[in-house]
Design a binder for this molecule. Structure first.
Ligand SMILES: N[C@@H](CCC(=O)N[C@@H](CS)C(=O)NCC(=O)O)C(=O)O
Length: 225
């Protein structure tokens, strides 16, 4: 059985969990936070998520884990058969990671510490997000799925990327980023109504108090009063 390591407040953890649930695979969750030294034995950079396969192999990096799951458990396929179509799906995922997720994440420390991000950083983040908006407007189809008719890994991946864009990018920049990509908000809303997304969200909500306590402890350790 697969073990999924990490915590439910993490969007990266949740996207892998969504894939496992979508594929109806049996797995167990091992609650572990980044910063825990035990995580380094499983995940070389000490980040979550990581999985341990039924053969005892440890794998980290969410997109690598997604590919491993798809290749090992091809039922309920999440990539198109055609190589070109598969590349488009992966392109959407990569663009979302580089131009939506990562810039939005740069604002997280300011949100958690309750401080204002420097204007220069906001300008930089806005520029990168703007490139993401243009690229995703060109790449995404939403007809009805993100890459076209077939539900793919990109639907799951971008949905969880968008949670970070909304919570940190949009909120800090006072700019509704998702609304800039035509049809993205409607698609996002329909994704959030799926039974799997609702289960993942309920687990996320349940983990938030403990996660916030960890963050508070970390901030106090760096910045004792
Ligand atoms: N590229 C990694 C990023 C994972 C990541 O950043 N996870 C966060 C939690 S959402 C983490 O563990 N952060 C701890 C740290 O940055 O040290 C992936 O795709 O899995």
């Amino acid at each position: 059985m697969i073990t999924l390591h990490g915590f439910a407040a993490s969007n990266y953890y949740n996207l892998v969990k969504h894939v496992l649930l979508y594929k109806e695979l049996s797995f167990k969750e091992h609650l572990i936070y980044s910063g825990n030294d035990d995580l380094l034995a499983i995940s070389p950079v000490g980040k979550v998520p990581a999985i341990t396969t039924s053969e005892g192999l440890n794998i980290s990096e969410s997109s690598v884990i997604c590919d491993f799951i798809e290749e090992t458990y091809p039922e309920n396929a999440l990539y198109p058969e055609n190589a070109g179509e598969r590349a488009v799906v992966r392109q959407i995922m990569k663009v979302a990671e580089l131009y939506f997720e990562l810039p939005s994440r740069r604002l997280i420390p300011y949100v958690f510490s309750g401080t204002e991000a420097p204007e220069s950083l906001k300008v930089e983040v806005r520029q990168v997000l703007s490139r993401g908006v243009i690229a995703l407007s060109r790449l995404c189809k939403f007809s009805p799925c993100i890459a076209g008719e077939q539900f793919t890994m990109a639907d799951i991946y971008v949905y969880y990327v968008n949670t970070i864009v909304s919570a940190f990018g949009s909120s800090q920049l006072d700019w509704d980023v998702l609304a800039q990509v035509p049809k993205m908000k409607e698609w996002n809303d329909s994704m959030s109504r799926s039974a799997i997304a609702q289960k993942v969200e309920a687990d996320r909500q349940a983990n938030i108090p403990e996660f916030m306590q960890k963050i508070k402890t970390q901030i106090q350790a760096v910045n004792p009063k």
